[in-house]
Write a protein of this length. Structure first.
Length: 141
C-alpha cells in the first residue's frame, strides 16, 4: 500500500478539503513545492496560483488560492489561504474582468496605497487566469 498523508485546506470562508493525499503541489514564494508523505516539517508562505492534490486513486484535484501559509507536520499538511476556489468555481470571464478593473485602477498613480492594492489585485487575477489555462490544457490532453 502506498503512503498517504492527511491534508487540510482551509480558506477564511470554509474548509475546502480534508482527506488523504499521495502528494500536494503548492505555489510557494520561490516556486512550486511538492509535499510527499513523511516530508520534513516545514512552514512556508504561498503565493497566488494552483494548489493540486494527487490522490492514490482517481484524478488530481485542483484549486486556486490567492496565497497563504503551508505547514507540514509528520502526518499532516495544512494550507491556510485567505481566498481559495475549487476548480469548478473558477470563472474565466470574472477573472478577466477583475484583471481589467485592476489595470484601470492602476492608471491613477496619485494614490500609492490604492495603486498598490490595484497592483495586487491585478497580479492575483493574472495568476487565476494562468491557473485556468493550465487546467484547460491538462483536460485537452
Amino acid at each position: 500500500m502506498a503512503a498517504t498523508m492527511k491534508v487540510d485546506i482551509v480558506s477564511a470562508e470554509e474548509s475546502l478539503y480534508s482527506g488523504e493525499a499521495e502528494m500536494l503541489f503548492a505555489p510557494a514564494t520561490l516556486g512550486e513545492i511538492g509535499i510527499a508523505p513523511r516530508h520534513t516539517p516545514l512552514i512556508t508562505s504561498l503565493v497566488a496560483g494552483e494548489l493540486r492534490i494527487k490522490h492514490l486513486e482517481g484524478p488530481d484535484e485542483s484549486m486556486f488560492i490567492t496565497g497563504g501559509i503551508l505547514e507540514v507536520q509528520p502526518h499532516l499538511v495544512t494550507v491556510l489561504s485567505d481566498v481559495a476556489k475549487r476548480e469548478k468555481d473558477l470563472d474565466e470571464n470574472a477573472a478577466q474582468q477583475a484583471k481589467e478593473r485592476a489595470a484601470q485602477a492602476m492608471q491613477d498613480t496619485s494614490d500609492k496605497i490604492n495603486y498598490a492594492k490595484a497592483q495586487a489585485e491585478f497580479m492575483t487575477a493574472i495568476a487565476e487566469l494562468r491557473t485556468i489555462e493550465k487546467l484547460k490544457s491538462r483536460k485537452s490532453k
